[in-house]
Design a protein around this ligand. Structure first.
Ligand SMILES: NC(=O)c1ccc[n+]([C@@H]2O[C@H](COP(=O)([O-])OP(=O)(O)OC[C@H]3O[C@@H](n4cnc5c(N)ncnc54)[C@H](OP(=O)(O)O)[C@@H]3O)[C@@H](O)[C@H]2O)c1
Length: 334
């Protein structure tokens, strides 16, 4: 019997939080390969906050996932059948395979993955899109200088955990903001940040930032937006930089969210706030990957991964990003 593909397609666009009701889980036969195509068996899928945005029918940096289409996701898989000379059976590949167990594509659409001595899933984490986001967002947009203070929200997450570690490698003070004592313990004790603010238990985020960043914030790397961004604005140092990486606190909102009322702090502090999209740096990913892989080998950078299992849990996994259920890069093992 032909291989069966277990896949999740978008049935209905969500308003607010996502549930399995918005998707269809189905089994369909895997089609026969044409010349030049490969059949990839999915091993790991990346679960990312951006996925929530891809479900909305709005203009963004990528088109939305269409109704009836397989939910978009980056992943790692193994070629199990090949009609492409340079993608042999048994090779590992990175591809935009989506939420499905089997992916048929032109060989050129899948990128060979030479994981070498590092675990393949690291290429979805510190050496993948989140790591590239941390690297270029911090170094190219935030431009931290030795001795300066870098504050990062979502500090126990995929991007934030790497931002703080790179800040330390650049000779900065790294202060995280994360939800709960366990996450803050990981951020300080395991990842080496200088301090971590538990925003879920601190009575005043503003006072906590003043306490942990006594010289002000030179770079604020913002992963969450909303009130956290508004508060951080008031604590910026002279000529500080705010890196707008994401705003996860607003992604499930059902009404338009207000901008930060404290924006005049940019004027007072001659500061600036700048957004970026990691894909703009794609040409420089190899350079960053090589440097970061060496940091990992040298024990200077930890790629923290949080692996959950089973394609049928993809939606629950996505929701973990919004409830704070993940510590480190959330990966689904299929
Ligand atoms: N600009 C780009 O090119 C780019 C690329 C990749 C990612 N991003 C953005 O980077 C951010 C982080 O992504 P990631 O993949 O590293 O996710 P992540 O940090 O691994 O996971 C999301 C985390 O956000 C926190 N969170 C959720 N709801 C929150 C709320 N209402 N207020 C405060 N914190 C909340 C949770 O941590 P706590 O338990 O600490 O609350 C959760 O664990 C996202 O905003 C994402 O969209 C941007």
């Amino acid at each position: 019997m032909a291989e069966q593909n277990l896949r999740i397609t978008l049935r209905e666009r969500p308003t607010g939080a996502v549930s399995m009701d918005h998707f269809t889980l189905e089994r369909v036969p895997v089609p026969a390969l044409d010349d030049g195509q490969v059949l990839v068996k999915t091993r790991y899928l990346s679960l990312d906050p951006a996925m929530r945005g891809w479900l909305n029918d709005v203009r963004s940096y990528v088109p939305p996932v269409g109704l009836g289409e397989v939910m978009r996701a980056q992943g790692i898989g193994e070629v199990i059948e090949s009609k492409h000379a340079e993608r042999p059976v048994g090779s590992l590949v990175l591809a935009n395979m989506g939420w499905q167990s089997h992916y048929v594509a032109a060989g050129a659409m899948v990128q060979p993955l030479e994981a070498g001595d590092l675990p393949p899933q690291t290429y979805l984490a510190a050496l993948g899109m989140p790591g590239m986001t941390a690297y270029f967002g911090l170094l190219d947009v935030g431009k931290p200088e030795q001795g300066q203070t870098v504050l990062v929200s979502g500090a126990a997450g995929a991007v934030g955990s790497v931002v703080g570690q790179i800040a330390k490698l650049e000779g900065c003070r790294a202060v995280g903001i994360a939800g709960g004592p366990d996450k803050c313990a990981v951020v300080v004790d395991e990842l080496g940040f200088d301090a971590c603010i538990d925003y879920k238990n601190e009575p005043s985020l503003s006072k906590a930032i003043r306490r942990t960043c006594p010289d002000g914030v030179h770079v604020y790397f913002d992963n969450v937006g909303g009130e956290t961004l508004n508060t951080a604005l008031r604590r910026m140092a002279l000529r500080g930089r705010i890196v707008i990486c994401g705003a996860i606190s607003t992604y499930n909102a059902t009404t338009p969210q207000p901008g930060p009322s404290n924006y005049m702090a940019l004027l007072v502090n001659r500061a600036r706030m700048e957004g970026f999209v990691v894909f703009d740096y794609a040409a420089r990913f190899p350079e960053a990957r090589e440097r970061m892989a060496q940091w990992i080998r040298d024990g200077k950078l930890i790629s923290r991964e949080h692996v959950i299992h089973g394609l049928e849990h993809a939606v629950d996994g996505l929701n973990m990003l919004f409830s704070g259920g993940n510590t480190g890069k959330l990966i689904l093992e299929v």
